[in-house]
Design a binder for this molecule. Sequence first.
Ligand code: MCA
Ligand code: AMP
Length: 505
Amino acid sequence: MNENLYSLFESRFPADRARPLMILEDGREISYGEAEATCARYASLLAGLGLAPGDRVAVQVEKSPEALLLYLACLRAGLVYLPLNSAYQQGEVGYFLGNAEPGAVVAQPRSMPWLEPLAAGRGIRHVFTLDEHGQGSLVQAAGAASPQFATVQRASSDLAAILYTSGTTGRSKGAMITHRNLASNATVLHAYWGFRPDDVLVHMLPLFHVHGLFVACHCVLMNGTAMRFHAKFDARRALADFARSTVFMGVPTFYTRLLAEAGLTREACAGMRLFVSGSAPLLAETHAQFEERTGQRILERYGMTETGMLTSNPLAGERRPGTVGFPLPGTSVRVVDDEGRACAAGEIGHIQVKGDNVLPGYWRLPEKNKEEFTADGFFRTGDVGTFSADGYLSIVGRSKDLIITGGYNVYPKEVELAIDELPGVAESAVVGVPHPDFGEAVTAVVVARPGATAPTESEVIAWLKSRLANFKVPKRVFLVEELPRNTMGKVQKNVLRDRYAGKGA
Ligand code: MCA
Ligand code: AMP
């Protein structure tokens, strides 16, 4: 049996391949048959370049139907898909290419002036373009390639993707995701959320992270049905689509933006059967307001890049606001104290997880793997939580120094290191403070070097915009004489979070 994830999807495709997989904003439809043929062309092209199973393909493109088909093509050809946020800047991409050593790169035409020399310097021979309209040298070259491709044989332990996640040290690590990880999670979610033959999903998430690529697209592919496919989130377009769809998935910012629309009513959502939220905490207040306006109870679930989805509120049964529900079938979730002893219900501890959905380890980081897994094989999530007596998990904090802004993760260390390189800066601290739109806002506190001219807020922001993805750039920068420290000399970030609460926007 071929354990290639693509084969699992293929087994779920509708018998009538003329049925749509993607319905685009302009009404154009891409059928399952068309998707199969185009993805076969991409796979033929990549394999024809001499890329062998296990080779990495780095992809930094804007969202387009072709980007999804390229992902499927990589699976099909046994290549390891390496998606990169389109907001990443040259320095960030340079690190990923150096670390992952891909055999090919597909990127936005606007990146070529720096990407081509970067790729050449790293010995990457194949560079293609793909723009937000689905045009570029990739599509041109694939036009001449075969629309037939025999899906490459893969074992379930073979890698399907590498997703980079930043780390508390400021250094990114590549999470290795196998065909088994993805297949198990896709199978479980499709069943747990009760997908039906008439489901139509509204897709507005980016395609370079787990939520949009794996959770949303995999559910659709497992269901063999259609998604209304949008370039990005837009509250009004979402509302228009709810009238002709059944399922929506989003980060909490999507829901707060929807609540700001007068058109969000019970009638507008009457045909919808499921609203899913994840990637960041959904305020109980947002949950309540959404129910009041629409009659729909948002289903909150919890996951990580490294683990896929871990817990979910139930489809039938109580969806409890402020909780992330129960461990998904096949996933073990435990809460332990600092010594690794199981916590009783109601006690707060570290969340650790195990299951077919959990990554085998980080790319070329054997020491990290030892740190991140317990002796009995549980992965340390870095999240802190508690189980209720009736089994609902609540996430109450994080032991990792992490900010989640609009569903994107920002590790303060990475931003601090970039600020500290700025002339005139002695040191800095970056914290997340509550933000009405993004949940948390990246906020920087900067101390100038004695005798040096301190950079202004706008200088710090301009400096960071030139080197980091835009969502990592602080919304506000405060210049101070010194940082608060405890008796051990450690910066007291909780003091900063309190001091700047309400000043993050
Ligand atoms: C954009 N901006 C942001 C963010 N996005 N700032 C902070 N946080 C953000 N998330 C800034 C830009 O830098 C820009 O600032 C300004 O907002 C406008 O940019 P634009 O691109 O127009 O913003 P937008 O289209 O309104 O995007 C906001 C968004 C988007 C729709 C919330 O960020 C988004 O789609 N987020 C979803 C993220 C996601 O998919 N996460 C899942 C990760 P300036 O003008 O100053 O440059 S997977 C995961 O976490 C796990 C596995 C899980 O459980 O799902
Ligand atoms: P990422 O590394 O981007 O995959 O982000 C994973 C992290 O997002 C988790 O470790 C949690 O801290 C957070 N997260 C995901 N879903 C939720 C949720 N429903 N509630 C709270 N935090 C969440």
